[in-house]
Design a protein around this ligand. Structure first.
Ligand SMILES: NC(=O)c1ccc[n+]([C@@H]2O[C@H](COP(=O)([O-])OP(=O)(O)OC[C@H]3O[C@@H](n4cnc5c(N)ncnc54)[C@H](OP(=O)(O)O)[C@@H]3O)[C@@H](O)[C@H]2O)c1
Length: 331
């Protein structure tokens, strides 16, 4: 993709995704004008800048900022071409306990990213969503759904500006901070793995696959699309087996705000959802956007009526061996 001489800003740039994108851009030797890492905690930025230093990679900038602070975002977004909005509060129990904080970051933050992008001449914004935003049952998911709606609707009031806003939604990123795989690996040492429900399934995406779909969106999106990758699922018992064969398991019950199966596209979304090969896209149901613009761009194949993309009904399931291999190579 043509990123030559372009400036990219990642909100939440010090997180698992932001670091992986930074690493990818460096390894693929993209000749960026600037790569701006925006986040709050100076310590995380300091540690990241030890690995990806401004001296060695002169296009990198570390910018302290909070997505709750619109003025700071406006300053940071000046002369930026693409914004990848990854900053979020993402831990379900923490969001349940501190709902107003989660709303400030995930909803008000999204609104600020939109306003600052509109005011600063940004060309494209890609917001990162989650499977938990689909038919949400917890506050984290509900705030991410609200954020998704804000980004999609932003295309309606951009006026004559050529800016576009799109969303990329995916499920559990393999091995990301605080996720189930590192947790099970830690529990393995204690000889006991807690299982919420033996039927539980989750989608699985590698960081590499998540980066692929984000750059697909940067390159191809027209605005208003919600992109969903076709990815495999796993069953939680099989995951435990892959990490610690024959280990003792304790059934602890589903925790508040958890689903047995995750969903990325609900039946209600299916009327506006298309298969475009490697990905699904859900298009906006908006009278302000002409549907032809999408059919000219993508090879749109409408999904069947009543379709839903659910980790339990997924046709593609990872076996214990496949999980073991993936963990070896990706975690
Ligand atoms: N990991 C997954 O399994 C997964 C799955 C689906 C979707 N997602 C989505 O992917 C995105 C990135 O996730 P991740 O795994 O990279 O998360 P992460 O590792 O927890 O990183 C979050 C980043 O956001 C920053 N941040 C948090 N609050 C902020 C604020 N108010 N202003 C500015 N920066 C803020 C954090 O740095 P500071 O704390 O220093 O500010 C950090 O850089 C999130 O939007 C998440 O919802 C993740």
């Amino acid at each position: 993709m043509e990123l030559n001489n372009k400036s990219i800003l990642i909100t939440g740039g010090t997180g698992s995704l932001g670091r992986a994108i930074t690493d990818h851009l460096i390894k693929t030797k993209k000749k960026l004008k600037k790569l701006i890492i925006l986040s709050r905690d100076e310590q995380k930025q300091f540690l990241m800048s030890k690995i990806y230093s401004e001296e060695k990679y002169p296009f990198i900038r570390y910018f302290i900022g909070d997505v709750r602070d619109k003025d700071r975002l406006k300053r940071a977004f000046k002369n930026v071409d693409y914004v990848i909005h990854a900053a979020a509060m993402k831990h379900v129990p923490i969001a349940e306990y501190n709902p107003d904080e989660c709303i400030k970051t995930n909803v008000n933050g999204a609104q600020n990213v939109i306003s600052a992008s509109l005011d600063s001449g940004v060309k494209k914004v890609i917001a990162i969503s989650t499977d938990k935003a689909c038919s949400p049952v917890n506050l984290y998911g509900a705030t991410k759904l609200t954020s998704d709606k804000l980004f999609i609707a932003a295309n309606n009031f951009k006026g004559r500006s050529s800016i576009s806003f799109s969303v990329v939604r995916y499920g559990n990123v393999m091995g990301s901070k605080g996720s189930v795989i590192p947790f099970f690996m830690k529990m393995k040492k204690n000889g006991l793995i807690p299982i919420t429900d033996p039927k539980m399934t989750r989608f699985n995406i590698t960081l590499k696959e998540s980066i692929e779909i984000i750059f697909y969106a940067i390159e191809n999106s027209l605005g208003g699309e919600l992109f969903v990758p076709k990815i495999p699922s796993y069953n939680i018992m099989e995951l435990a087996e892959a990490i610690a064969p024959n280990i003792k398991k304790e059934i602890i019950g589903v925790r508040p705000g958890e689903k047995i199966h995750e969903e990325m596209i609900s039946t209600s979304d299916s009327d506006f959802t298309y298969d475009i090969g490697k990905y699904y896209i859900t298009l906006p149901n908006s009278k302000y956007i002409k549907p032809e613009i999408y059919s000219e761009k993508y090879n749109l194949k409408k999904v069947r009526k009543g379709f839903s993309y659910n980790s339990g009904e997924n046709k593609d399931f990872l076996s214990v061996e496949e999980l073991r291999d993936l963990i070896k190579s990706h975690v």
